[in-house]
Ligand binder design. Structure first.
Ligand code: SF4
Ligand code: FES
Length: 338
């Protein structure tokens, strides 16, 4: 008989949820959803062992458990801390957490260049979002920044080591998805860097997935490089019969041209199913694909700006003249798109 999984009750920012024993605080928060979900720059639910590197997911445990209600003495990484029965956690309701997150962002930005205007990841960059929400206007750091020589890692993937935040996701992808691990993190601390050791091209069938998991613009798609800003493209879900992967992708269109192919991503910006290099790099014709629907993009994302996604006014707006006037731009766009 299957063993019954123990359930724990946990409260995050005052919202209770029942989860399986062994669930992390971060995943418990994801089961609730919304603003109380801590940001995660290194944890990736599809990559075993990920998490615990960036500290953006810090939260405050104000009650350890029903049995031992003492608070935890320090903020904890929610992606690495499992819930206990009766645990009470604060995320956005704790000024300590908000303050700590600001410091983590400041720390991540010490060496990350602010080159968003020329970075292909702009608009999809988690650090950009964090910087927008928690960043300071100025830095207190006076010392020279880390900089690296350009490293060529092949004709499909561009590595910009200056932008890397050492989250290790790409190393886990190489370890867990490909037969041959060809790169890793060399050295430690301030000297740590992604390297292919002998600067080998990363040429195995699934390595393109490092582009999708990289939270910043350190690993980008050379075949899409500088072709367009992501918010000017139109994402459409499509599939093909692929012998190597699920063949389920998002095509990023500009007019009739497919500029880029990526895996589909969920609401936490994690890949739903990893895709092979052939689908990603070699199938850039509409004829290669069966098109499905326009990809649903969160209204908050810059990718959604100026897009075809239609604004469906709630009844209260539709029936109220001043509210209709206030929303005239969205309503006019929706009309045009009908
Ligand atoms: S290159 Fe990207 S995915 Fe790899 S460790 Fe650096 S930030 Fe993370
Ligand atoms: S997401 Fe938890 S430490 Fe990075």
């Amino acid at each position: 008989m299957a063993e019954e999984i123990q359930k724990f009750q946990v409260s995050i920012d005052g919202i209770s949820v029942e989860v399986d024993a062994g669930t992390t605080i971060l995943n418990a928060a994801r089961q609730i959803g919304g603003d109380i979900v801590p940001p995660a720059m290194c944890y990736y639910s599809k990559l075993e062992g990920s998490g615990g590197k960036c500290r953006t997911c810090l939260v405050k445990v104000t009650k350890g458990s029903e049995k031992d209600p003492r608070p935890m003495p320090k903020l904890v990484a929610s992606c690495r801390t499992t819930v206990m029965d009766g645990m009470e956690v604060q995320n956005i309701t704790s000024p300590d957490v908000v303050d700590a997150r600001k410091s983590v962002v400041e720390m991540l930005l010490i060496n990350h260049p602010l080159d968003c205007p020329v970075c292909d990841q702009a608009g999809e960059c988690k650090l950009q979002d964090l910087g927008y929400e928690h960043g300071s206007e100025n830095t207190r750091y006076d010392f020279p920044r880390r900089t690296f020589e350009r490293i060529d890692i092949g004709d499909k993937i561009q590595l910009h080591m200056n932008r890397c935040i050492l989250c290790y996701r790409c190393v886990y992808v190489a370890n867990q998805l490909t037969d041959t691990r060809e790169h890793g993190i060399l050295y430690r601390g301030d000297h740590a860097e992604i390297s292919t050791f002998i600067e080998n091209a990363l040429d195995n069938d699934y390595i393109g997935n490092v582009i999708d998991v990289c939270p910043v613009g350190a690993l980008t798609d050379k075949t899409f490089r500088f072709k367009n800003r992501v918010w000017f493209t139109k994402p459409v879900n499509a599939h093909r019969d692929c012998p190597s992967c699920s063949g389920k992708v998002t095509l990023w269109y500009k007019g009739a041209d497919v500029l880029r192919v990526t895996a589909r991503k969920d609401e936490y910006d994690e890949v739903e199913e990893f895709i092979c290099n052939t689908c990603r790099f070699d199938k850039k014709e509409t004829a290669d694909w069966t098109l499905e629907d326009p990809t649903k993009i969160s209204q908050e994302s810059v990718i959604a700006s100026n897009h075809y996604s239609q604004f469906q006014p709630p009844a209260v707006i539709a029936e109220n003249t001043p509210l209709k006037e206030a929303n005239w731009e969205q309503l006019a766009r929706t009309e045009k798109l009908k």
